[in-house]
Design a protein around this ligand. Structure first.
Ligand code: PLP
Length: 357
């Protein structure tokens, strides 16, 4: 499929951010975006790069009413030799297609989408910041666009990718987070949409996150919707525990998001010969390990932070410290290894990195 390009004249490009150490997250967008349309009978068609700008949608567009949407989040890095790298981009597009399946959105042509995404990033490569820890965030999204208030699957969709420079997550060094174990609200249940990256999951998580923030906690630890005991994930990250030498994360049972970072952490820990398990842990197991002094580390994993060390866990009115509230050795090693691979600076034994430019 040919990717049409309509580019802004050079003298109309937006100024790049002056201070790469204050980019924040998700507020600055580049000059162009990628678009592609779907129509029943015609399939996905017309991939094109155009100037970034607002859409015109019918107020009855189905996305506004019934939330038929999926998205992804990945990054492009300015790394070794000044080249542009992406980390496991095909895994994100494959996951997007699994999300599409759950939301009854027609599957994307993976190869076309990857090539079009690389093309957009090459067009925008001057936007990729160079300061340590910074990157270009890439947000593929699909929305249902048919104007219809009947509850049904849309006949038309818009796929788009927007990008923007984002700051170093750890501008002031690792900052172990305080976690609130959520007992009142749940994020997802088996059979629901928990394993899809779809807007409704995030809308329904805001109440718990808001109440946890008001109480002074950074993130919510979600428990299984049925037993209210099994660990699911934390905020918008997967979660790992290291207990008595064993690295443990929740299994992909359908209610948690299958993170690319989660998968990368599992692969690296196995590669290093560690004792690794994908198995169900309960909050009681965690508290017992904390009390016994065997809870060595806990950390979240996700594209934004890569590794987010957990400093303490709050459950039933009590704070349980993890690793003395410090960043553990494994957390640090994983962070260094994954970011090193992402930047093309460390060996890439699994072929995860794609050089885009
Ligand atoms: C995106 C996301 C993750 C992390 O996935 P990565 O592919 O590692 O970025 C974990 N949990 C939720 C709920 C997410 O939305």
């Amino acid at each position: 499929m040919n990717i049409a390009k309509t580019l802004k004249p050079k003298d109309q490009l937006k100024p790049k951010p002056a201070d790469e150490n204050n980019l924040g997250f998700g507020r600055i967008f580049t000059d162009h975006m990628l678009l592609m349309d779907y129509q029943t009978g015609k399939g996905w068609h017309n991939p094109r790069v155009e100037p970034y700008g607002p859409f015109t949608l019918d107020p009855a567009a189905m996305i506004f009413h019934y939330g038929q949407e999926v998205f992804e989040g990945l990054k492009a890095y300015r790394g070794e030799g000044g080249h542009v790298y992406m980390f496991r981009p095909a895994a994100n597009i494959e996951r997007m297609n699994r999300s599409c399946d759950r939301l009854c959105i027609p599957a994307l042509p993976n190869e076309v989408v990857l090539e079009a995404m690389y093309e957009l990033i090459r067009v925008e490569q001057d936007w990729i910041p160079r300061a340590e820890g910074t990157s270009l965030y890439v947000r593929p999204t699909i929305i249902a666009t048919e104007a219809c208030l009947g509850v049904k699957t849309s006949a038309t969709y818009l796929f788009y990718i927007i990008t923007g420079p984002v700051g170093a997550y750890y501008a002031e060094g690792f900052n172990p987070v305080r976690i609130w174990v959520e007992e009142k609200y749940v994020r997802a249940a088996i059979g629901g949409t928990g394993e899809a990256k779809t807007s409704g999951n995030y809308a329904s998580s805001l109440k718990a996150a808001t109440e946890a923030h008001e109480k002074g906690f950074t993130q919510v630890l979600w428990l299984n919707a049925c037993d209210r005991q099994s660990i699911e994930e934390v905020g918008t990250m997967n979660i790992f525990f290291k207990i008595a030498g064993e690295v443990i994360t929740s299994p992909l049972d359908g209610s948690i998001l299958p993170g690319v970072t989660r998968d990368s952490v599992l692969a690296l820990c196995r590669h290093w010969g560690m004792n690794v398990s994908e198995r169900q842990l309960t909050i009681d197991d965690i508290i017992a390990a904390a009390k016994a002094g065997t809870l060595e580390e806990a950390f979240g994993t996700g594209t934004a932070a890569v590794i987010s060390p957990v400093g303490s866990i709050h459950f039933k009115g009590q704070d349980y410290q993890v690793a003395d509230g410090q960043t553990g050795a494994l957390s640090l090693k994983l962070y260094d290894e994954i970011t090193g691979i992402q930047l093309g600076k460390k060996p890439d034994p699994f072929g995860w990195v794609v050089k885009v430019a």
